[in-house]
Design a protein around this ligand. Sequence first.
Ligand code: BGC
Length: 780
Amino acid sequence: MIKMDAERLDIEKTLGALTLDEKLRMLVGDDMWHTFGAAELPRVRMSDGPCGLRMTDGGPSALPATLFPTPSMLANSWDPALLYDVGAAIGAEATAVGVNLLLAPGLNIKRTPLCGRNFEYYSEDPYLSGTLGKAFVSGVQSTGVGACVKHFAANNTETLRMYSDSVIDARALNEIYLKPFEIALEAKPAAVMCAYNKLNSEYCSQNEYLLKTVLRDRFGYNGVTLSDWGAVRDRAAALAAGLDLEMPYNAFSYDDLAYALESGDITEHDVDEALRRLLALIDDVYLEPYGDFDADAHDKLAYFAAAGSLVMLKNDGGFLPLTKDMRIAIVGEYAECAPLQGGGSSHVTPLRSVSPLEAFSHRGIDIAYYRGYSADKKENARLIEEARQGAAEVDGVVVYVGLPAPQEGADRKDAELPPEQNELISALVADGRRVAVVLVTPGPVAMPWVKRVRSVLYQGLCGANGSLAAVDVLYGRVNPRGRLAESFSATARDTSRCDGLVVPYLESIFVGYRGYDRSSVKPLFPFGHGLSFSEISYDGMRVKRLGENRFDVTITLTNRSTRDAYETVQIYVSDRTGRVMRPEKQLAGYCKVFIEGETSTETTVRLDGRAFEFWNEAENKFSIPDGEFKIIAAASAADLRAVTTVKIDGDFTGKLDTPEGYAGDLESVSDDDLRALGVAIPEARRPVKGEHTLDSSLSDVGRTLAGRIAIRAVKRRAEKLPPEEREAFLANALETPLSAVAAMSDGAVTPETALGLVESANGRFFAGLKLMLKRSRSDK
Ligand code: BGC
């Protein structure tokens, strides 16, 4: 059955040759990473992920691979060509080991800076997320490997991720949360992975609106839909709603499907439809391992990707760039061990990696090093004092501060650095030292010292060679060129609540800079911000109408420095028609331009009608308001350089009132305002005795003796883990449906144990015990 190069699988013939039994079996994975290989069909192999290949073979860590900057950093490059190259490099590493489907990119919007998985996502802006995601998908698929975009949809926090209900109005859903998928699907990714959470009261894994109405009917997508790992609650309902493949293997699903088929809840037609897509995927992406990849070239790409993604947030007072004759002290424990990536399914075992201290030595730079603080909080007063004394002997100080690597499964609690790190910086600036700060955080943090330091460079989680690229920026070998793909706020906006079982998206379409534009609270650094060592001026803008609502926006840029530089021109549109509720402005195009020192250049960004659309709920489609729009060229969301007004011929000539709560600065927007947008907000509720099913979590069934014993065992296991991994481990173990725990715990919890826990929690103690004992007997 294994096809040769030009040979195509005859899908109808293959389908006809499969028995019903084989068909049902194929709708669930064979194990953790493969599809089921019925009738000698090859098994498609899947692996994460977004920052590099994470191919695991049962062991705790993955095979070594190139570690690229996290998507949150890559997005700061605003450079689709770079995303394409990184995608193609990861694809090449996948083909070499026989991975056929890459579980990336993640296209979820950064709704709150506290989301623990933001490091895997691109941006708060749907256009930027979608265009970068599309480029990454094209890069991966240029190698023959399939890309799987995820997590569809509205998976914007980690807290209770398997249960939480994202409650979103139709405009925000279509304009913000679905838009990145709509754009990236233009690159025809092989698969779409559904999210864990519910969207408007229905699990995404069985959400017909998402999987059929939006994905198939509106977006015209005909690739495979697959579940996030353990996201399926009711396999038959999921199939009926449009979910083709459940991953990973789940012992309950075959029976569920067989029963549903018998009782008529699903039909063989539903099964065949899903299988046609699955067979087409197998045909498209399956290949035996072939070729090798050039590890040196990928290592260089990881360096260039980082160099393009680091963001100079502040640079005053002529301290940076440093020169080699300056005596510099490096301070801060993170200079020894800066996190380079996050934890969880995206975690890569790096082929190579460089710490900040190693980076200075690679570049032959002599530095004095002082720890300054320590993660175990011991002796901080002494470490700060030692750093102060050391700093007195040199010309300036570079302080590395940060947070432990973020972990999939847990959100950040706040946006604070540990107090000792803030104290350290405050002490050094109080002594009158020249201080540059390098931030190695997964996202925005409060910077109480920001006005008193000379420079702040955001290194984030920048992969194998991010530390090297950062040193090159500090010394001016690289002219910084990253621009923030998210507003750098010090706190999560109150409206972007992210905890709890029910999460009303009160801010509606006003996410990120769209919200800040309405608010008196301003971010520390705005969306799109980033400095270079050069001054670039915008010397004119021409807007040429190409046809109906299509424009070429041409900007003249001048590099007034002697250094070569890059500028990221951002084009925003601002709806002045007054016909619908709108943000002050929204990103409609962008372009990263190289400009030689002391030269001028012109760059053109094309806008099409989609730049002006809004989601017209009454007509169930995007519409364009008729009237005037501003077109704005900007260096960031808060640094507007040129404006022109154009007349747009829209199909929408009516007027929709803005509900009262959304007319002002949004600070007091309430659940009722969201209801006024037509949204039902459900009650948060967990099952009680008598209601438990395999959808219950360990913490739901924890009141019973068996539940308490199981929780104790989980906690004992957590204690053996490194401190930064404990919280996420506990959240994942305690707040995951028992069916998924059984599927993914590698035999630690068998299906019988899971059923036994459910029986006990429902008050049928002996029936539960019997099931669990059956498990221990079969263990022997
Ligand atoms: C994550 C997915 C990932 C999958 C397989 C899940 O826990 O949410 O992003 O692709 O695991 O590792």
